[in-house]
Design a protein around this ligand. Sequence first.
Ligand code: C2E
Ligand code: MG
Ligand code: MG
Length: 702
Amino acid sequence: MNDTLYEYYGRQKNDMESSAVPFLIFQMLNENELKVVLISDGICRLFKGDRSQIRYVLENDIVTTVHPEDAEKIATVWKQFLKEHNEFDAVFRKQIQNEFRSIHVCGDSHLTDTGERLYVVWCSDVTDVVNAEKINTYYDKLTGLPNMTSFGIFAEQERARMKNRGIVPAFVYFDIRDMKAINEKHGFAKGNGILAGTAFVLKDVFGKDAIARFSDDHFVVLTQKRHLEQKIEQVNDQILRNPMGIPVQVCAGIFMDDRKEYDIFSSVDRARLACRSIKKDYARRYRVFDRDMFNEYHQRRHILTHFDEALENGYIKLYYQPIIRTITGKICDMEALARWIDPEKGMMPPSQFISVLEDNRLINKLDFYMLRRICENLAERKRQDMPLVPVSVNISRTNFEICDVFDEVLAIVNEFNIAHNLLTIEITESAFIKNRQFLENQINKFRESGFNVWMDDFGSEYSSLNTLQEYSFDLIKLDMRFMKNFSLTGKNHLILSDVISMISRLGVNTLAEGVQTKEQLHFLRDAGCDKVQGYLFSKPMPCEYFLKKSRNGLQYDDIKKSSYYDRIENTNLELPVTFDNYSGFFGDSTGIAAAVLEFHNAKFKILKANNAYKEFLEASGEDPEQIYSDYYDWEMDMTPQFQKIAKKCLQSRNPEMINDIINEKVEINARLINVAYDPHNDLGAILVIINRYDTPSPPLLP
Ligand code: C2E
Ligand code: MG
Ligand code: MG
């Protein structure tokens, strides 16, 4: 680690020092000498001193200003903070101009590009909160701001006062853009710092107006119309100058309460709608609630007021969309999707109601309702002796914040006596999760109990590579946008095949959503994508449609063969495969041709092959397109030597070497490895690795 004092220069220094957010940055030199790197204007205001005084106290005399009863506690966390560089979060009393104020501090540290460890500490004055009798009822602990409950009370009085004075009250709803990404990228301590900083900036800009933190990264202010636009700009300017240099931006929704008296929360709801409508529109900083938004507003209200009735009366229906296994072309799973068929509004797709239910923490009711319908349907399929394939149920991430999803799912599945391998849990990335560890435990519990767990919408705006690293999934669903932008001439297909290959190397299966053309299907198959889903095969249909043996000519995979296919899918043609007695194969990435051949009743077909294998087929005078063909007769289409060794490999299940001549001209040396075997259905799969092949060179003399 570098032991010289770090310095900020020029504009960056200026911006940070002039920030109204109270934070300071320091460094430890020569083991334990604290040296201040930067102090913001916010700190000077909070501690009521100038920079040099504050610097002096911090560097020389920090202990004497702490309340004696808090000294020991703070010294312990402080030491740990410096030693282990963990996150720091504490409240202590500090003397500021002859009185003790309760200060909430959160800290974190990071290494600079030049190797110095910098410690960043954010402070906020929470004296009012600590002194309030019912802290948790009325105030938010992190920011010291009133919460939703107390806002209801303050705002009611404030609004009446404003109206009496002829001022039009404006409700402003603030949302921090990409807060989830900030948490994922920079960690929760810095995320908390941003939240605390935003609260401070709002207090600074809106002064005595009613300000509250409603939930997560959502803040509400009741203010007046005058200078509102400039104030929103000012908020953005100030939070951009945060000590971590994180590019934070807020967007705001405004509701002018100029005519009718709505209740406070309906007014906030309107401001929230306006805010939500520009959340993805980075060019806009704010939007005022207008007439166009009424429909949306009424739609939301309709959903909330009719949701229970819709569940009771069965207006919410179970639809299925089949999922196809690439190597068999048959249905291997179904995804359960909700459709709300409302007597008043007609068919409502999930895009209209899922986010409303998530925002209002009602999504658990929907997801468990859907799970019950799935279990009923699976039981019915069993009764009718219909083919059974696993059904995947979408569980919103928000659900993991509301309840113990594992316990709830287990209770329902056991009530209907449904085998665990018939249910797949799809976790959508639609909300940021606060308790990572909890989600990880939940996923592990599901998998240990025999359920599959899939991650939905990978590659959409919410997901990140971190998620792949931190949680264990059985399969990753690639978001539809990969298919939307698909073209063999652009860059997208290169990214897609690398993503598929990367995920396979982690030992995780892949599924592409939104497959609509044969071209896409063939590309995905070549790229080694295990499963596909999309309108090419079927749109989502009511579950009753699938109570027939086949649909749109689609057959079902036999669930008894799934472990056989799993082994084939897990055979990666691009990287070292490790089996009991074989390891160390490098395929396509090193140009080695590899394919998996399936043998059944003296017939064979190529299930999957890498590009090098296709080149090998071409060089041997074979049609590379044959990998999409049906079974070949092995008496007719395979050399006697290859037949003999393949049979031996299938019987002994040991790897075999073979030297052979194909089409009387190409000499090959290959390795055959039995990768999967299904004795009940007489199926065997062999991985063929062509170590070497020599095409005859043209004769030198005629
Ligand atoms: P999802 O889980 O990613 O589901 C796939 C969505 O893509 C479905 O939309 C499906 O109809 C659509 N889709 C499938 N193939 C194609 C295609 O080839 N082209 C196009 N353009 N679209 C295709 P849907 O049914 O509207 O569902 C939207 C989202 O709503 C789902 O995305 C899922 O996140 C959520 N959702 C649906 N049902 C439930 C539920 O019961 N609970 C929860 N929590 N979320 C649900
Ligand atoms: Mg899904
Ligand atoms: Mg999806």
